[in-house]
Design a protein around this ligand. Sequence first.
Ligand code: C5P
Ligand code: MG
Length: 297
Amino acid sequence: LAIWYQWTTRTELPELSKVSVLMRQRNKVENTLRAMQHAGPGTLQVISDFDMTLSRFAHHGKRVPTTHNILDHRLLIDEDCACNMRKLLKIYYPIEIDPSLTSEQKIPLMVEWWTKVHHLLIQQKIQRDMLAQAVQESGVILREGYEVFFDRLAELQVPLLIFSAGVGDILEEVVRQSQVFHPNVHVISNCMDFDANGVLRGFKGPLIHTFNKREGALLLAAPLPELRERPNVLLLGDSLGDLAMADGVARPRNLLTVGFLNDQVEERTESYVEAFDIVLVKDETMEVPNAVLKFIT
Ligand code: C5P
Ligand code: MG
């Protein structure tokens, strides 16, 4: 059996042997992969975070904007608002990724950050018609190999749930402009609420931030009929908070979690390896998720 394991990974998943791939329990990963392969694509669902997971963290040495940061465009917000949003990012982003704080300690501060930013955005009377151009000019870019990832899932009719604490309307526009908004894609996020004139007046539904995805999963993902009967889950995220995205799955059988470790690598490696089955260190590609998909389907 041991030889078989080695053969499986060495021959069919050489991507898992790259130095940027860390695994706490390689055997567990291999067992899960084989169980998922055996069960087939009809039992599979993929749940993925968006910002810094499907989108890149950096490209050509520059940070890639999150969906919130794409809104930092003169068509949408004025200089004053942009300045305030950047100030808030400087204060709260280090808290979001601080390995010395617990999620419980972070939660009230994340609520504060999101609430303040949404409030600033609403004051700007953002027009829905302008969002597409802002996305076009933002420099946002998905991870290398995203086409294969999205196209393969669509071809197999495997549902892909994109579960984001970002801004849903922007996220959807990025996916649309990347030409991968296939019918199997479902989005749960903070969606903008526009008035009859197409002017932003608020956000719909409960606020989703990085560390309350469990509540979102139970409330918003669990009822989706396309996902309910699929017990095998491939989960992708870049935050420890993303691990809760599968908490709404009714009868989970096999769960394989992949974590992109983009920032504060040294400080966070231990906690990521502890929490995710596969950790990808400073990897801006979909190479490993694509290899996993190829193997299990
Ligand atoms: O899609 P995802 O759940 O990753 O979206 C949340 C991300 O958006 C967070 O990781 C956070 O750093 C980022 N964010 C931001 N500006 C805000 C609020 C969140 O860039 N105002
Ligand atoms: Mg993210």
